[in-house]
Design a protein around this ligand. Structure first.
Ligand code: MN
Length: 129
């Protein structure tokens, strides 16, 4: 069965790029522009993985991660924060908020798909982190 990945990202260019890179690998991509939209899609579709931008207008990525991990129905879904290297302390905050990992922005088209695949395999217990 196709794996489903939920992308929560406010930047349309990043959404386009991620969708392109992951559809090539056979994943089904759900897109949300805001945290609340993402939470609704997560509840309705129970994706296999959530890619979460941290800098979102309104409800930011930390708050979204916290909300997901506070929900018994959703807390098992792995979250990968997509965060800018320049944001010092962002990574630690993401992990503290419950994200399983992070990928640095800007998105590198060469490695992004492999990184996502690795997180999915870790989530399935196929490899250790
Ligand atoms: Mn953003």
């Amino acid at each position: 069965m196709k794996k489903t990945i939920l992308l929560i990202e406010d930047n349309p260019q990043n959404r386009y790029l991620v969708q392109f890179l992951l559809e090539q690998r056979g994943y089904e991509i759900l897109q949300a522009e805001t945290g609340p939209q993402g939470l609704k899609l997560a509840a309705n579709h129970h994706p296999d993985l959530i890619l979460l931008d941290i800098q979102l207008p309104g409800m930011d990525g930390h708050a979204v991660a916290y909300a997901l991990k506070s929900d018994p129905q959703l807390k098992a879904i792995p979250i990968v924060a997509v965060t800018s290297y320049a944001m010092v302390g962002d990574r630690e905050k993401c992990l503290a908020a419950g994200a399983e990992g992070y990928i640095e922005k800007p998105i590198d088209p060469e490695s992004f798909g492999d990184e996502v695949e690795r997180f999915l395999r870790v989530a399935q217990g196929d490899v250790t982190p």
